[in-house]
Design a protein around this ligand. Structure first.
Ligand code: GLC
Length: 568
């Protein structure tokens, strides 16, 4: 936990916090069924606590038919037997708190599962009070009311013969969207949230929360987008009032695909009582082609630097950034932005593990030194890489499977579709945590896991990384997290990007207005060649505070070297 004295603080506690995301299916399997669970998390809690993180965000463990790996919830108040029991959850929470960490739950209330009793009641008849808890429309000329497409393929409307109506689902047909215009539905959600907070959880990561407000006119004619409708602010303020107000030391973070920096400033302005921070998607969309995310476009460093810098500037005065390069929906950061990606962009056939330690630690250094709350996705702290699956049979993710089927159906050669999945699929980040190199599943499970171990295993393991001394990705993360806890400059210093157009240097400074601590500069070489630092930077570099390679030499950076220096 934080090294600073809480009595001195005026900023919210999470301004120097670091969050670790656990994707439970893939973390550790305690009961030997091949799927990660709460017992597994409990066994490995020290791995998380020893990193020094302050908060664990737990992806969904609620009861679910698992159409979308738990993001389709059929009972918000209970734990899925796949993951354990409510008693095991309580025991985990005690252990998390005992280690001085907080636990934030995923909140998935844009939609429920179609098996949730609410939806079962809703489809019983049009006159059932719960009918209005979901979004229904009569057919128009025998068809869907508009042409919206679901995020995971197909129309966003499915036909329900019982009621003779279509229901809306922005994701799979098994994930019907809840109707946030219904006050009783909202009250039921708030009651559920209060229940978890009363149980001791410390906040929520809110799944696609900017999708909850839909424009009623657009629902009929499809004329406007379904995200970012003005009522979202009313809903979030009401939620704050009825759930969070009067409770201390919580964390709320809203996942918001498509959010702009101007919107984010409004959502996270403390005076508006909406959210502490949001997950934005701009920087993780830069390498998407014009049609879909599976249309791959090599990433361009100046664009990536500029995008994150814009968010730093946009939320400098009001609001707060969350910082991430990966999560359970994104490819592995080391593969996407590291040496293998740069080689691939240059048309070279890259070894997926080339400069892996350097790439992973460089990216972590850059991320953790931005202003905001960093999120470490499980496995990134040991430099895990993309899955490297070669056959469609290896994939499990509903989005990947649907897209593959559609693309191949439209005539894309299978090899090209597999190549796109190998770069973009969400399964890249969902392979099990390889605790060691033992058979059959690297200490993740005693049996065959639900998804393959991926190409990094058995080279990349927790055991090997933690034994790697000054080449341990984990140790490097620990140093970065410690620096955030002890440095006001890292926590609050103003951000300024240096050399924005440089194709391989990522450099920026952080500086406190009151100059009570030395300013810091980050210099990082995203290339596999040595880099001579510009004189304008070298002449101002002071002591090296932290770096990913031993024996740094001030004027130059080795391939994939990243350092933090005091700065004049
Ligand atoms: C969010 C989740 C993702 C899920 C989707 C639908 O984007 O992170 O995993 O599939 O929402 O709930």
């Amino acid at each position: 936990m934080s090294g600073s004295d809480p009595a001195d603080r005026t900023e919210p506690w999470w301004t120097d916090a670091v969050v670790y995301q656990v994707y439970p299916r893939s973390f550790a399997d305690g009961n030997g069924d091949g799927v990660g669970d709460l017992a597994g998390i409990r066994q490995h809690l020290d791995h998380i606590a020893d990193l020094g993180v302050d908060v664990i965000w737990l992806s969904p463990v609620y009861r679910s038919p698992q159409a979308d790996n738990g993001y389709d919830i059929s009972d918000y108040e209970d734990i899925d037997p796949l993951f354990g029991t409510i008693d095991e959850f309580d025991a985990l929470l005690v252990e998390v708190h005992r280690r001085g960490m907080k636990l934030v739950m995923d909140l998935v209330v844009n939609h429920s599962s179609d098996r949730h009793p609410w939806f079962q009641a809703a489809k019983r008849s049009r006159s059932c009070p719960k009918h209005d808890w979901y979004i229904w429309r009569d057919p128009v000329d025998g068809h869907e009311p508009n042409e919206w497409r679901a995020a995971f393929g197909g129309p966003a409307w499915s036909w329900d013969p019982g009621t003779g109506q279509y229901y809306l689902h922005m994701f799979t047909p098994q994930q019907p969207d809840l109707n946030w215009d219904d006050p009783d539905m909202r009250s039921a959600v708030y009651a559920m949230m209060n229940g978890w907070l009363d149980r001791g959880v410390d906040g929520f990561r809110m799944d696609v929360i900017n999708h909850i407000a839909k424009d009623p006119a657009a629902l009929s004619d499809g004329s406007a987008a379904y995200v970012m409708q003005p009522r979202i602010h009313d809903h979030l303020r009401e939620m704050h009032e009825r759930v969070f107000a009067g409770r201390d030391a919580l964390l709320t973070v809203g996942e918001m695909p498509g959010v702009t920096v101007e919107d984010a400033a409004r959502f996270t302005d403390p005076a508006r009582h909406e959210l502490d921070m949001v997950f934005q998607f701009e920087h993780v969309g830069l390498d998407h082609g014009p049609s879909t995310k599976f249309d791959n476009r090599p990433f361009d460093l100046p664009e990536l630097k500029a995008s994150l810098a814009r968010w730093q500037d946009g939320l400098a005065e009001v609001g707060w950034n969350s910082l991430y390069l990966g999560n359970h929906d994104q490819p592995r950061a080391a593969s996407r932005f590291g040496a293998a990606a740069v080689a691939a962009a240059a048309g070279l056939d890259a070894d997926p593990l080339a400069f892996r330690y350097e790439s992973a630690t460089l990216l972590a250094t850059v991320l953790h030194l931005h202003r905001g709350t960093p999120y470490v996705y499980q496995g990134d702290e040991i430099g895990m890489v993309n899955a490297g699956f070669r056959s469609i049979d290896e994939y499990r993710d509903v989005e990947s499977l649907n897209w593959f089927r559609g693309a191949v159906g439209r005539g894309m050669p299978i090899a090209a579709a597999l190549e796109a999945l190998a770069v973009r699929s969400r399964d890249n980040a969902r392979t099990p945590i390889p605790w060691d190199d033992s058979e059959p599943a690297g200490g993740f499970s005693r049996t065959t896991p639900w998804i393959g171990m991926g190409q990094g295993w058995p080279t990349v393991t927790v055991a090997a990384d933690r034994a790697a001394g000054d080449r341990s990705v984990y140790e490097h993360h620990r140093r970065l997290i410690d620096l955030r806890h002890t440095s006001r400059t890292v926590r609050l210093g103003a951000f300024a990007l240096l050399e924005p157009d440089h194709p391989s240097l990522w450099a920026f400074t952080r500086r406190l207005a009151d100059a009570s601590e030395p300013a810091l500069a980050v210099v990082a070489n995203l290339s596999s060649s040595p880099l001579e630092l510009p004189r304008s930077i070298v002449t101002r570099l002071g002591a090296c505070v932290l770096g990913n390679l031993a024996d740094p030499e001030t004027g130059a950076l080795r391939p994939w070297e990243a350092r933090v220096h005091e700065f004049a």
